[in-house]
Design a protein around this ligand. Structure first.
Ligand code: AMP
Length: 395
């Protein structure tokens, strides 16, 4: 029974899942973290149980050794479920990678070359790929890019109106992220509306700690709120989203803030956290419910930005058939879903309060039967999408 190993590497950790190639059943998952610290930590989950242990994990290669050890000790046996390929999540594929790609030495160089655009992610992804190649030298390794799904966006939507030569030289343009999640959830809607994805116009709200919104026309991304980096667009847990770029110039002139501090301010100390001191949406909602003014305003700014983009993307698409909510906030918060779409009845968007309040694991409709636009909650599954795309490359 063939399987696919899916790996998502960070600089000091990696997550993995072993997925059955036919049934798409999750055979095991795990997390190896605190790589390089004095004591590392590894967890391993199978349908039979959960294991964890602390051990020294000096580098990613040792992390993969710990993972293999966990498979040996706790199963499932990799001999009985031989992986046919390893699929790797890679954050930035630039304009070069528009589909899942078999990793070759040249591909690795190209991913490394894109590190300027994703300094926190691409080097860590490369580190993970190299270590996994050592652990599984005979298997094909496939890179699945978070930006790839958005490579269908046309120049009018991806071009920033700045000096064209400078932008070209430094590869400054909109790339978009959360592409793997968007591909998965937009594909999963078709059974629910019983129309092929190629006929559907969709708006996907990926609302997690990072958040983005994407307009999808017939399965192709035509616009998305994240840009050169995952900072643009919606208000997020700790990221500002859209901001007048002159604010940064003003801040630099006024406070002489360094580039690193500016980066930290916009990526780590803004968004819900900057406005209310809380980055977890549950905390923001509960504080707002208790009358906290800063939390209430944070929520209103968050919702205002969502509505702004739903309006823009509705006009860009011309017709909207499906609106999808996904990721941590989108899948779990009935309040955010209801308030994001409140008052849009005249545009054919009508949320059913009872359906919206129901909790459930799978895909579900939360719009009324009369609503022209079908509103869905679709739990995202990036690992499964990576496994599928990996298999599409290796056959
Ligand atoms: P993700 O990045 O997709 O893991 O999503 C993380 C975010 O989901 C965090 O900000 C959580 O606060 C949020 N979240 C999870 N459960 C809920 C919930 N029941 N209500 C509101 N937000 C939630």
């Amino acid at each position: 029974m063939a399987s696919v190993l899916v790996v998502n590497s960070g600089s000091s950790s990696f997550k993995y899942q072993l997925i059955d190639a036919d049934s798409e059943e999750r055979l095991a998952s795990g997390l190896v973290e605190r790589i390089g610290e004095s004591t590392g930590h590894a967890t391993h989950d199978t349908p039979d149980g959960h294991w964890e242990r602390s051990l020294e994990i000096p580098d990613h290669a040792a992390g993969f050794a710990a993972m293999l050890d966990a498979f040996k000790q706790h199963g499932p046996s990799l001999d009985e479920h031989p992986p046919v390929a390893v699929g790797h999540r890679v954050v930035h594929g630039g304009a070069r990678f528009f589909e899942p790609t078999l990793v070759t030495p040249l591909v690795l160089i190209n991913i490394e070359d894109l590190s300027d655009l994703a300094p926190l992610h691409n080097p860590a992804n490369v580190q993970g790929i190299k270590a996994a190649q050592k652990a599984f030298p005979d298997l094909p390794h496939v890179a699945v890019f978070d930006t790839a799904f958005h490579q269908t966006i046309a120049p009018d939507a991806y071009t920033y109106a700045i000096d064209a030569d400078l932008a070209k030289r430094l590869r400054i343009r909109r790339y978009g992220f959360h592409g793997t999640s968007n591909k998965y959830v937009s594909g999963a809607t078709e059974d629910f509306v019983q129309r092929p994805v190629t006929e559907l116009n969709q708006i996907v709200l990926h609302l997690g700690n990072g958040a983005s919104i994407t307009a999808i026309d017939g399965g192709r991304s035509v616009d998305t709120s994240m840009g050169l980096t995952p900072l643009e667009g919606l208000v997020m847990g700790t990221r500002s989203g859209d901001i007048d770029p002159a604010v940064l110039i003003y801040l630099q002139r006024k406070t002489r803030i360094s580039t690193d501090d500016l980066d930290d301010l916009l990526n780590q100390r803004s968004g819900l956290f900057g406005l209310s001191g809380r980055k977890d949406m549950r905390d923001v909602i509960s504080a707002a419910d208790k009358g906290d003014e800063s939390a209430r305003l944070a929520l209103e700014v968050y919702l205002h930005r969502i509505k702004h983009y739903i309006g823009a993307y509705s006009f860009e698409l011309g017709r909207v058939d499906v609106i999808v909510f996904t990721a941590g906030v989108g899948e779990n918060s009935a309040v955010i879903r209801a308030r994001s779409l409140a008052g849009l009845e005249q545009y054919g968007i009508e949320v059913d309060p009872e359906r919206n309040d129901q909790r459930g694991g799978g895909i579900r409709v939360i719009s009324t039967d009369a609503s022209r636009v079908t509103v869905l909650v679709v739990p995202t599954d990036e690992e499964l999408e990576i496994a599928r795309q990996t298999l599409s490359v290796v056959g």
